[in-house]
Design a protein around this ligand. Sequence first.
Ligand code: FAD
Ligand code: NAG
Ligand code: NAG
Ligand code: NAG
Ligand code: NAG
Length: 538
Amino acid sequence: MQLHHLPFLAALAGWSIQPALGVPHSPRDQEQAQCKKTTVAILGGGIAGISAAQALTNASVHDFAIIEYRDTIGGRAWHNPFGKGPDGKPYTIEMGANWVQGLGNPGGPQNPIWTLAQKYNLKTHYSNYDNISTYNEHGYSDYSKLLDDYDNAYEIANQKAGEILTQNLQDQTAQSGMALAGWNPKKHDMEAQAVDWWKWDFEDNFTPLESSLVYGCAGDNLTSNVFSDHDNFVTDQRGFNTIIKGMASDFLKGDNDPRLHLNTEITDIEYHKDGVTIHNKDGSCITAAYAICTFSLGVLQSDAVKFTPSLPEWKQTAIQKFTMGTYTKIFMQFNETFWPTDTQYFLYADPVMRGWYPVFQSLSMPEFLPGSNILFVTVTNELAWRAERQSNEQTQSEIMAVLRKMWPEKTIPEPTSFLYPRWSQEPWSRGSYSNWPPSTTLEMHQNLRANADRLWFAGEATSPTYFGFLHGAWFEGRDAGRNIAAVMKGHCVHPESKKLKECGQRRHYETLHGTSPLADYSAVNGWTANSFYDSNTD
Ligand SMILES: Cc1cc2nc3c(=O)[nH]c(=O)nc-3n(C[C@H](O)[C@H](O)[C@H](O)COP(=O)(O)OP(=O)(O)OC[C@H]3O[C@@H](n4cnc5c(N)ncnc54)[C@H](O)[C@@H]3O)c2cc1C
Ligand SMILES: *[C@@H]1O[C@H](CO)[C@@H](O)[C@H](O)[C@H]1NC(C)=O
Ligand SMILES: *[C@@H]1O[C@H](CO)[C@@H](O)[C@H](O)[C@H]1NC(C)=O
Ligand SMILES: *[C@@H]1O[C@H](CO)[C@@H](O)[C@H](O)[C@H]1NC(C)=O
Ligand SMILES: *[C@@H]1O[C@H](CO)[C@@H](O)[C@H](O)[C@H]1NC(C)=O
């Protein structure tokens, strides 16, 4: 490799942001001369961006700039004050990520998010998905047997999904996979539909019909088998993003570090073989030798950021192929806890609408936020978009009608506080997290991960193994940071084997094949957990 950036690095230290607005019609070179210069521009300060910056720091690359839309780092690990506690101060509730998913088994690999949670003493408690009571429009109704029926069929479908993956066969929808395995809920069997929602949509954010059988099952397998099937719910009053701020404190001197640019909205990204120029809404600009774009799939799918030149067709196809879901938690505080105090989850089967305020979660328990009288309900996708479009009053009255059906014997008071995020409308997120629709392939996904010249991509959605999770974003940020540091030093080290190998450009596929052969499941395509499938090709 002929890339030697060290003199370049030294020459760049200490430049500052200059507004580019004063020279609207100047040629590109002249305009770029006015931009702040850095070696690596990290676009977005969520966990992927912070993990990328930490990986660069670990590789002794200290010249980078983190550019973030909001007034804080943390991204979709976002909390808000809510209601009132016993001391009169509000509680902290998580609008976004809330669980550490798949902690890890003793002796096995640990989820890096769990490592961070322990390091920063994050307050969490075991989330027991089996601790669920079932309801319909007439109140309590024990249809818990359906939960077991689903699990039995899932085991068969999951095995079949593994065969499809390893034998390079055609993917199916999760719905058809489950039907073939014996779970085929009728359209009017609303208790079965509620179970179907709870077991699939609650995690994947889309219906089984809208989801890939193979990658839905594989994703579930990888988090719960590579780590563990133990999930903890975060109630830390400092907020979940304490761990991201903790990571950043290893290398940033707080919010005033000159390398951190908060409240800065990126509007244009120019990329080419020698570097990248970032233009911000406030008129400032930054030129960099490399950039790592960590925007959510929802942001990439919207036209919020302009790429020059337009992203290659293979990249645009991948961006529009994968799906961005919406997962909306609606929080309510009451003056009393009128629901059972010993159970974590309450499943509601609405008689006409699948996914209508289907699962309520109690925080008013000794292990969570004792005495808080806080209950929240989760809706996804079409019903989330609907709730996000309508007023709080309308949503609240719909939920109150449901609660009064679930506990008809109780006099249920109106909530004293009521709050929910509008994920689909947040310009910096445009949804909650990504999913794989039916008939996607690993090759297609690799085109989402691959770089376009000096512009790299990382984040939750670029992880083929842990998409949708904080740990997926953490691994992808680390991978991009490590790779760029290696390219700058003229070599690449394979992270696990420590073997030297060529790298720099991530592989992309100009021609997609209908399926991805088992040999594709390697680190080259981001599939770092491949020992799970006994195919150590890398
Ligand atoms: C409701 C919800 C529930 C979730 N539950 C869980 C869970 O329980 N467990 C779990 O592991 N994961 C969960 N997730 C997923 C998890 O939050 C994400 O996978 C993770 O936070 C993504 O990190 P990221 O760095 O890839 O992206 P982000 O956190 O989105 O970071 C990208 C950053 O880019 C910034 N940005 C965007 N556009 C611009 C622009 N134009 N200019 C400048 N900056 C910009 C954003 O402000 C953001 O800070 C949940 C997510 C949501 C929304
Ligand atoms: C950076 O190095 C520290 C110390 O070894 C390690 O704990 C951390 O996970 C590394 N971060 C990344 C993103 O590689
Ligand atoms: C939930 O767990 C508690 C404590 O173990 C138990 O008392 C309760 O009956 C459980 N509820 C359900 C529905 O399993
Ligand atoms: C998931 O794990 C199970 C049990 O180890 C295995 O039988 C199955 O093939 C795996 N499925 C997928 C899609 O990886
Ligand atoms: C809660 O408020 C309702 C009326 O809104 C009232 O009837 C009830 O007694 C209150 N509960 C407590 C514990 O104060």
